[in-house]
Design a protein around this ligand. Structure first.
Ligand code: GDP
Ligand code: MG
Length: 313
């Protein structure tokens, strides 16, 4: 198995002193049950999770069992001297009940609880300058590979989460879509998300520091344009169409994560087969720091302001 995840490339993104202390990245998966959430997170950091048994609970026959409560598992992973505390929060599928009223509440509560815990520690005078960060930095929102529209429940849940955290939509089990279906479905989902005014990460409107951009003129304009281009290119790929697998299969004498079907092998790490690698690069290489920053500066800040204003009243 190719074990390298690539988060050590973050050295280009954050300061050395932060790196030495290590940093935390908290990822949550959300969606209806059976869409491959548990399998995917297990595949994402496969080689790193083997020792700690991984997240995916299986019965004695190796068949995954359903996730019934919100559970977080942390792992310390290290690459080229960079330490990352990775916490994955797996959630039970929502929408299984006859009455799905408020089925999103435990998820929203979990995210907000991390914010209020952080705020409480921030407000407590303490010698400990560093607060353990359990705030959810990214929510992978799983969409069913139905090829149809998003369900009203999906739209509702996605909207609520996107108001308080970074939502990244993905199409689960996308091996069930043909290439044409996949392209059409991705386009459709993008249009729906836009139509419903749901904000997904990375955001189309880049946050610019007004004070900074004022005097510097064209240099920043150019940088800004490059930034926007990058964001647009990535927004084009989203939602990532992913495939997960709890098993490795042998392709050309090499063990890879894959799914064997009657017509051949789907290699999870083959970019022609699915967008698993694109998603992993996005999460662990290109946007790790951005996800952490936006969580802290936009989502948490919004929560904090509201709480503090409420205290004054
Ligand atoms: P969850 O309920 O969303 O956590 O889904 P699980 O990860 O438990 O997976 C549910 C079932 O779908 C299991 O039998 C998996 O083996 C299977 N599965 C997971 N990922 C994929 C995938 O990408 N493609 C296909 N075809 N099946 C998958
Ligand atoms: Mg599960």
């Amino acid at each position: 198995l190719t074990g390298y995840v690539g988060f050590d490339s973050i050295t280009g993104q954050i300061e050395k002193k932060l790196l030495k202390r290590g940093f935390a990245f908290n990822l949550m998966v959300v969606g209806r049950s059976g869409l491959g959430k548990s399998t995917l997170v297990n595949t994402l950091f496969a080689s790193h999770l083997v020792d700690s048994k991984g997240l995916l609970k299986t019965n004695e026959n190796g068949v995954p069992i359903q996730t019934t409560e919100i559970q977080s598992v942390s792992h310390i992973i290290e690459e080229n001297g960079v330490r990352l505390k990775l916490t994955i929060t797996d959630t039970p599928g929502y929408g299984d009940q006859v009455n799905n009223d408020k089925c999103w509440e435990p998820i929203i509560k979990y995210i907000k609880d991390q914010y209020s815990g952080f705020l409480r520690k921030e407000l407590t005078p303490t010698r400990d300058r560093r607060i353990a960060d359990t705030r959810v930095h990214a929510v992978l929102f799983f969409i069913s590979p139905s090829g149809h529209a998003l369900t009203p429940l999906d739209i509702n849940v996605m909207r609520r989460i996107s108001e308080i955290a970074n939502v990244i939509p993905v199409i689960g089990k996308s091996d069930s879509l043909t290439i044409e279906e996949r392209t059409a479905f991705k386009k459709r989902i993008k249009e729906e998300i836009e139509y419903h005014g749901i904000k997904t990460f990375p955001y189309a409107d880049v946050f610019v520091d007004e004070d900074l951009s004022g005097g510097l003129g064209s240099v920043l304009d150019e940088e800004e344009r490059a930034d926007r281009q990058l964001v647009n290119a990535i927004r084009d790929v989203i939602p990532f169409a992913v495939v997960g697998s709890e098993k490795s299969v042998v392709v050309d004498g090499k063990a890879v994560r894959g799914r064997r079907t009657r017509w051949g092998v789907i290699n999870v790490e083959n970019e022609d087969h699915c967008e698993f690698i694109a998603l992993r690069n996005f999460l662990t290489r290109t946007h790790l720091q951005d996800l952490i920053d936006v969580t802290s500066m936009i989502h948490y800040e919004g929560f904090r302001t509201k709480q503090l204003l409420a205290l004054k009243e």
